[in-house]
Design a protein around this ligand. Structure first.
Ligand SMILES: NC(=O)c1ccc[n+]([C@@H]2O[C@H](COP(=O)([O-])OP(=O)(O)OC[C@H]3O[C@@H](n4cnc5c(N)ncnc54)[C@H](O)[C@@H]3O)[C@@H](O)[C@H]2O)c1
Ligand SMILES: [Zn+2]
Length: 369
């Protein structure tokens, strides 16, 4: 296989452009993406699960290159994406005398990535960050694009900044230790990209499902690179998420509503909720005449083999609860906004959808395919 360091994907953002490298065995080679004229020291931020697995190797290769490294672990899980943890990390960076020329490296899933990106964006008005995502979700989505942030008790991601990394290093070897449910959750976002840009996939994703669930290296690299390209293109066109980037919300209107109506607990992983949300969006696309019949079936044929649900778990929230949650979604701004498909690879943004049609579609969703 070609050297992954040679197969770089550029996220074009003018002076903020950067490279995504996806491949195997990259952690030992992090020095190759650390700028030469850099860093009197590097601060690694990780969590208590990922740290022991991957930080010793990463830190050793940086130290071998002569850069002093400090590292800190936060507790694993969404609860760490909060302001008290931000304060703890800022304290740590200040205590280690990190300067504006130094570097912060995020090693972990989307929680560590969002948190670290946020801290890096505000410490001394901004220090550079390298993202080293270790979940499929973060490799195909959250590590790319510069959205950072933490949650407030009032809601998710209510505090944040845009702070692009200077490089993203996606080592698929790290996915070997990822629990199956986390892998499947990332595969839902992969499926989303395949629905949005089927032209970039040489075969339907459903056909790769067994290989992906078995963590086939070649398939994983192919998928992470393809998704990184798609996300990168959208980010290049719409860095601040005011226009084209909204299509990445495909499946997320109902997905977020399911997560919120079930209290963001263990019930749904994010990807499971989004998978059901995409089937719902396909039904709405069909029922409002935007897409040809068959879209829902094609979604189910892709998602089910990936180990993802295609209808809500029982007992499902009532339509009333779902509607209230959809209206509350921060991205909808009070209006009901949904990304739909006007055919394969043709996302369209629908506003002011008729509630009675949505209710009918929700009942069709509950009935199953
Ligand atoms: N910034 C963005 O654009 C963006 C986009 C999508 C999602 N997000 C955010 O990402 C977060 C979710 O990210 P996530 O799904 O990666 O979850 P996560 O970061 O919570 O990671 C999931 C779990 O897997 C563990 N883990 C991570 N890598 C591992 C590995 N290689 N082996 C074993 N265990 C590992 C973690 O310790 C954690 O317990 C949410 O907070 C979401 O809001 C941000
Ligand atoms: Zn998502």
């Amino acid at each position: 296989m070609a050297d992954p360091m040679e197969d770089r994907i550029t996220i074009e953002l003018g002076e903020r452009s950067y490279t995504v490298i996806a491949g195997e065995g990259l952690l030992d080679r992090i020095c190759e993406v650390v700028p030469a004229a850099t860093a009197t020291q590097i601060a690694i931020i990780t969590d208590g699960t990922v740290g022991p697995l991957y930080v010793p190797g990463l830190a050793a290769s940086l130290r071998d290159a002569g850069v002093p490294v400090v590292a800190i672990e936060v507790d694993p899980g969404e609860a760490s994406k909060d302001l008290p943890t931000v304060a703890l990390l800022l304290d740590f960076l200040a205590e280690t005398n990190l300067t504006r020329n130094d570097l912060v490296v995020a090693v972990g899933g989307g929680v560590v990535g969002d948190l670290t990106g946020f801290v890096a964006s505000i410490f001394k008005r901004g220090v550079r960050v390298i993202q080293v995502p270790t979940t499929l979700m973060s490799q195909v989505d959250s590590a790319i694009g510069g959205k950072t942030g933490v949650n407030l008790p009032q809601g998710k991601n209510l505090v944040g900044t845009f702070h692009q990394p200077i490089a993203v290093l996606s080592d698929i070897t790290t996915l070997n230790t990822l629990p199956d449910r986390q892998l499947a959750s990332g595969l839902a976002e992969v499926a989303k990209y395949s629905f949005l840009r089927p032209d970039l996939w040489d075969k339907p994703l459903g056909q790769s499902a067994a290989d992906l669930r078995g963590r086939d290296r070649v398939e994983l690299i192919r998928v992470v690179r393809t998704c990184s390209r798609i996300k990168g293109e959208l980010v290049s066109r719409d860095e601040r998420d005011t226009a084209d980037r909204i299509v990445l919300n495909y499946g997320h209107t109902l997905g977020h509503a399911l997560e919120s109506a079930t209290g963001y607990g263990e019930r749904y992983s994010h990807g499971e909720a989004v998978a059901v949300g995409m089937v719902f969006a396909a039904i709405v696309s069909e029922m409002t005449g935007r897409s040809e019949p068959g879209m829902r079936q094609r979604h189910a044929d892709t998602l089910a083999p990936l180990g993802l649900p295609v209808r809500p778990f029982e007992p499902a929230p009532s339509f009333g609860d779902i509607l209230a949650a959809m209206r509350h979604d921060k991205k909808s701004g009070g209006d009901l906004v949904m990304v739909l498909l006007a055919g394969e690879g043709k996302p369209v943004v629908a506003r002011q959808l008729d509630e009675s049609i949505l209710e009918k579609c929700y009942h069709l969703l509950l009935e199953g395919v």
